[in-house]
Design a binder for this molecule. Structure first.
Ligand code: PRX
Length: 650
């Protein structure tokens, strides 16, 4: 069952893991033939396929047209009306799921709370009324800067209920990063908490909001959930306690009937410029694809306890902690804190105590667990697990094998899921009862998803030939635009390759048709599964008074996938030293957040540039990785700069 079957292949990776017969027999999709048949049908008629999936949602009014495509602008289920909150809550209340646990929450200090669908519904209705009481109307934007507590999901669902568009800001972002997002989104109200717990310490969220607010002129009110009880400043008239408003709120709040294309949320993500992009997702298509993929990729069944470890501040948390699972009536486990608090076995302890069945996490976490050692895992009975998933970056075969053996005990299928903030939902993944898996590949596109690997001019690549990963046909959960900037949307995603959505990733396809993601081909780096634009780090650095010019590149890192390496030239002959390095790290943390702190900083007299003045990033990447610089360097403005960079290494 668990032993790999070696196959003839030109690739290094020849281990193939077919699903076990037991798993396949009970799965939604039971064989590879069944997947291929479904795929072929959907390929011949993608609209028909997705219309069928949309039928599993509750619509107030059915759509007239499945897809309206004016490249590059898509509208799905045109003319239809529905409500995401209704689909995640109300419709379960007329079934036995009314008393089923929707969210089982564990705080880092150890508290536990369970909210049934009925209880979650009641909280969402009340908070929707609280928002209305604060003058939040359909179409307004609300920012959520919260720890991982059920109230974050409650606030999202309450926004969805009244047609307000939420923008969740990850709790690790700094005051400046918050202000950028809040202003770009013209946010009217912020929901936050006094603090949250992370690795035994308190993250003081409200203080950070206080620091952002002087630069956010449109914000009228702040609602503060009391999580830690720490002393905070409450500005009278502007700041309100969550519990006080909730105590006074009406309990009934009918879900608004919203257009299928009504904006559900904006989520900011890094790109190749210094300014993050507000990725806009809408209602009907988004929920159709997140609900469908949650059910099929995780082979979800009603009795499962499902745990996606992502923070809701990232897209994975939106689609696979909140919307996809709740639309399916699933039981979602939600954990507030760090995997090593109070000890290195916290995850396995949680899995044992709650009898978790499905675990969805990031390769970087798996590599950290490998480093901590399997003894922490072996202390616990984690035999309840039946399916494992990964997301966010390519998984190296070593981490895959460890996940398979140590966590999955050789019996759990692994779904390596490829997708992006922009795609909204999973695009490439094994179907666990059907697809034989190979460590390191997300395998095949899901039914209804039409992808290709092409050259710059759009010519399809041959087997095992590297190229650009593109979508050939719109998909329901695709981004609709970059918020407030249609031109940027066109330019970023639809101009590089003719008539194709270009995802930013390089990939190759092997002779089985399996997709191997090779990583980003643009100036975006993936640090611990989080996307960062090198331009963002650079603009943070040059905003420091000592810095004249900066270049940031990614370099391979065993645990984080990529680490951030920066090259800095200083103003007016200033000399760099350790103290300045620390100052620059702190400065970047202040400008963006701790997640963007450079791992290595090198001071240099000049940056290597082409004759046209472009920074030669490839060379910098090679220096950062410690490799010898290869290739044609004759266009270097000053060859000696490179040598100097090498000499100046930390
Ligand atoms: O490079 C790909 C990588 O993560 C990028 C998307 O990042 P983000 O929008 O933050 O969303 C992450 C969670 C969906 C992609 O362009 N990526 C994501 N999943 C995989 C992956 N690379 C390889 N394999 C994956 N399974």
């Amino acid at each position: 069952m668990s032993d790999p079957i070696a196959i003839e292949s030109v690739l290094n990776e020849t281990r193939v893991f077919p699903p076990s017969q037991e798993f396949s027999a009970n799965a939604h999709i039971k064989s590879f033939e069944e997947y291929e048949k479904l795929y072929a049908e959907a390929e011949a008629d993608p609209e028909g396929f997705w219309a069928k999936q949309a039928e599993s949602l509750d619509w107030f009014k059915k759509w007239d047209t499945v897809l309206e495509w004016n490249e590059p602008f898509a509208k799905w289920f045109v003319g239809g009306t529905l409500n995401v909150s209704y689909n995640c809550l109300d419709r379960h209340l007329t079934t036995w799921r009314r008393n089923k646990a929707a969210i089982i929450w564990e705080g880092e200090p150890g508290e536990q709370r369970t909210l049934t669908y009925q209880q979650l519904y009641a909280e969402v209705c009340k908070f929707a009324n609280v928002l209305k009481g604060q003058n939040v109307k359909k179409g307004d934007r609300v920012a959520l800067y919260m720890p991982m507590v059920p109230e974050l999901a409650i606030a999202m669902l309450a926004c969805a209920r009244i047609g307000a568009t939420h923008t969740v800001i990850f709790g690790g972002f700094s005051a400046d990063a918050i202000a950028d997002r809040v202003n770009d989104g013209k946010v009217k109200l912020i929901v936050t908490a006094d603090g949250g717990y992370r690795r035994g310490a308190e993250v003081t969220l409200k203080n950070t909001i206080d620091n952002a607010l002087p630069n956010c002129p449109n914000v009228e009110a702040v609602i503060v959930f009391k999580r830690t009880g720490t002393k905070i400043n409450m500005s009278s008239g502007r700041d309100h306690w969550w519990h006080e408003l909730m105590a006074a709120a009406e309990t009934e709040c009918p879900a608004e009937e919203l257009d299928s294309e009504h904006p559900l949320y904006i989520l900011y993500t890094s790109g190749t410029t210094g300014k993050p992009k507000g990725i806009l997702h809408t209602t009907g298509g988004y929920l159709t694809q997140t609900a469908y993929t949650t059910k099929m990729v995780f082979d979800l069944r009603d009795e499962d306890i499902y745990w996606c470890t992502a923070d809701i501040g990232w897209v994975t948390g939106h689609s696979y902690v909140v919307y996809g699972p709740l639309a399916n009536g699933a039981t979602v486990l939600m954990y507030e804190g760090a995997p090593n608090y109070p000890d290195y076995d916290r995850f396995w302890d949680i899995i044992e105590r709650h009898r978790v069945n499905i675990l969805y996490t990031a390769p970087t976490a798996i590599r950290v667990f490998i480093r901590w050692g399997e003894s922490h895992v072996l202390k616990h009975d984690i035999s309840s697990l039946r399916l494992l998933g990964t997301v966010g970056e390519p998984i190296n075969p070593e981490a895959w094998m460890w996940y398979h053996h140590v966590i999955g005990k050789g019996k759990c299928p692994i779904v390596d899921t490829w997708w992006q903030t922009e795609t909204g939902a999973i695009m490439i993944s094994p179907l666990p009862g059907a697809t034989p898996t190979v460590p390191g590949t997300a395998t095949r596109p899901l039914p209804g998803i039409l992808l290709d690997i092409v050259s710059k001019s759009g010519e399809p690549a041959g087997d095992n030939e590297g190229g650009y990963l593109v979508a050939k046909h719109p998909w329901p959960s695709m981004l609709r635009t970059v918020y407030g900037d249609d031109e940027r949307y066109k330019k970023t995603y639809w101009s590089e390759i003719p008539n194709r959505y270009f995802a930013g990733d390089g990939a190759r396809r092997d002779e089985r048709g399996y997709y191997w993601i090779m990583g980003r081909v643009d100036d975006v780096i993936n640090v611990s599964g989080h996307r960062l634009g090198t331009a963002e780090v650079e603009s943070a650095l040059v905003s420091h008074e000592a810095v004249a010019e900066a270049a940031a590149v990614g370099r391979p890192d065993e645990v984080k996938g990529q680490a951030i390496s920066v090259f800095v030239t200083l103003e007016g002959g200033r000399k760099g030293d350790e103290a300045l390095k620390n100052e620059l790290r702190a400065h970047v943390a202040k400008e963006i957040g701790a997640l963007a702190k450079p791992d290595d900083i090198r001071f240099t007299d000049a940056l290597p540039k082409t004759r046209s003045g472009k920074i030669m990033r490839r060379l910098l990447r090679e220096v950062a990785a410690g490799a010898d610089v290869a290739g044609d360097v004759t266009t270097l403005e000053d060859l000696s700069v490179l040598e100097k960079l090498r000499d100046d290494e930390d």
